[in-house]
Write a protein that binds this ligand. Structure first.
Ligand SMILES: [Zn+2]
Length: 469
């Protein structure tokens, strides 16, 4: 019996399901008329009212949800998958991943120099599978970090049903300034070591780079808006001494001296970011920024980016604007914690822990201010498939489980420009469904134990054993 169940799952993953998915993706005239599926479980999470109903059912036809609630029609011939004492939820969403990075503590190490793009692409396919099996059915890949536009090939293979993975928004390489974040600074110049980003130093170069990346298959724009981050001696207030900060009134608005224990330089001016946002909008997409602090965060928010990623330091004025414009912060706690826990020596550990403590302190200020949040883990430097811990950490540091789940399901889809398509168990949405044990509103760690995964109506995990056959 066990063998049969395993075989069923294997077939679903490796054979029959991708064929259906591929036929659907290509709109083939020979597309198999997919058998309707009814998912049944003890509970179902309704995202917008923020409640658990019991029992829960989802009717799936093709790649979409047809109905969801406590009971749904059971069409003749439908396959019923009984998931027992579990909670049905929309597929999890990660707004900040790096499929092309793998753990190499204490940081990303030298993988982008040591490993070829083809080698890294193969690893990216394994990462995509690990993320999907952990319940992440939609992701925004925030840069290949040196592997050029190879992410387009991974996304396309997933969309065609050739390999398992989340539905993806991809950026190709991130964009950065010469000598800036993720450039190969400090190597023997004669070796011409390549940086991990595409260079753009002014508005013309930004627009040209965005067009080049678009041509190569990118679906949004990733910009490094801050450079090197550091904790600085208490009270040294580097931004307060910066005329730009004074001009923006950032110093006055963030009166807490502890706010200035952290410093990071901006890379693009507000005008430059505005030009990038305008070009992205012309292409019907948006800009996501690596942005650790001020005054860069103010520039990015004024320019109208989709999200502020990392968001370690945000002034009160910037937070007001984020609320007004509904621009979420993406805290990425897990990566900070991983670096703190895997530092190479005591001094580095102390530095990383101080950074994490500062980040927690600022996050609590941000939660109190009521800014919108989104969920993104920065997975890649730590193992793919483990990033649901991000939701646990957001709860540990100050949000309720419901607020974190709503951030994931309501704000992430906007950032990924998949609003009205993912993040809800609702008629018309993609049939991206997971099942977890327990009640995630009572214990958020339930999301770290996803036992059933469906994406686009195709079951990738759990139906065989969960159906009790
Ligand atoms: Zn990142």
């Amino acid at each position: 019996m066990k063998k049969t169940a395993l075989l069923t799952v294997a077939l679903v993953i490796l054979g029959a399901a991708p064929t259906v998915a591929r036929a659907q993706a290509e709109g083939s005239a020979f597309a198999v008329k997919a058998q309707p599926i009814v998912l049944h479980a003890a509970r179902l999470f309704e995202v917008v009212p923020g409640r658990i109903v019991s029992p829960g059912e989802v009717l799936v036809e093709g790649d979409r949800i047809k109905a969801a609630g406590t009971s749904v029609p059971h069409p003749a011939g439908a396959r019923v998958i009984d998931l027992g004492d579990r909670t049905l939820m929309p597929g999890l969403i990660d707004a900040h991943v790096h499929l092309f990075l793998h753990p190499a503590p204490p940081s990303e190490g030298m993988q982008t120099v040591d490993e070829s793009a083809p080698q890294r692409t193969i690893q990216a396919t394994l990462a995509a599978k690990a993320d999907l099996m952990a319940g992440f059915t939609a992701e925004r890949d925030m840069g290949t970090e040196g592997a050029g536009p190879a992410d387009a090939a991974v996304r396309d293979a997933i969309d065609r049903g050739l390999i398992p993975g989340p539905r993806l928004r991809i950026s190709g390489m991130a964009i950065s300034i010469l000598g800036g974040h993720e450039d190969a600074v400090g190597f023997n110049p004669a070796q011409h070591v390549l940086g991990n980003a595409d260079y753009a130093n002014d508005i013309e170069q930004l627009v040209e780079t965005i067009r080049e990346q678009h041509k190569e298959g990118s679906s949004f724009v990733k910009i490094y808006e801050t450079g090197h981050d550091e904790m600085v001696p208490h009270g040294s207030a580097p931004c307060l001494g910066d005329p730009i900060c004074a001009q923006l009134g950032i110093g006055e608005q963030a009166g807490d001296p502890e706010f200035w224990d952290f410093h990071t330089p901006y890379q693009y001016t507000e005008a430059q970011l505005r030009a990038a946002v305008a070009e992205a909008a012309r292409l019907d997409t948006n800009v996501g920024v690596h942005c650790q602090g001020e005054p860069a965060a103010r520039f990015a928010v004024e320019a109208g980016v989709a999200s502020i990623d990392h968001a370690t330091q945000l002034s009160a004025g910037t937070m007001e604007l984020m609320k007004e414009k509904h621009i979420p912060a993406v805290p990425t706690f897990v990566v900070f914690q991983y670096f703190a826990d895997h530092a190479p020596n005591a001094a580095a550990a102390a530095r990383e822990h101080a950074m994490l403590q500062y980040k927690i302190h600022e996050f609590q200020r941000q939660v109190a201010a009521g800014i919108p949040m989104a969920v993104g883990s920065d997975v890649g430097p730590f193992p793919h498939g483990t990033q649901a811990e991000e939701l646990e950490l957001m709860v540990r540091y100050g949000m309720t489980p419901l607020a974190v789940l709503q951030a994931d399901y309501l704000n992430d889809p906007r950032i990924l420009t998949w609003q009205n398509e993912v993040g809800r168990l609702k008629a018309g949405y993609y049939a991206d469904v997971v099942a977890v044990p327990g009640n995630p509103l009572k214990d958020i760690t339930a999301v770290e134990h996803v036992q059933f995964v469906m994406k686009g109506g195709v079951v990738y995990k759990g139906a065989g054993s969960a159906a009790g056959d």
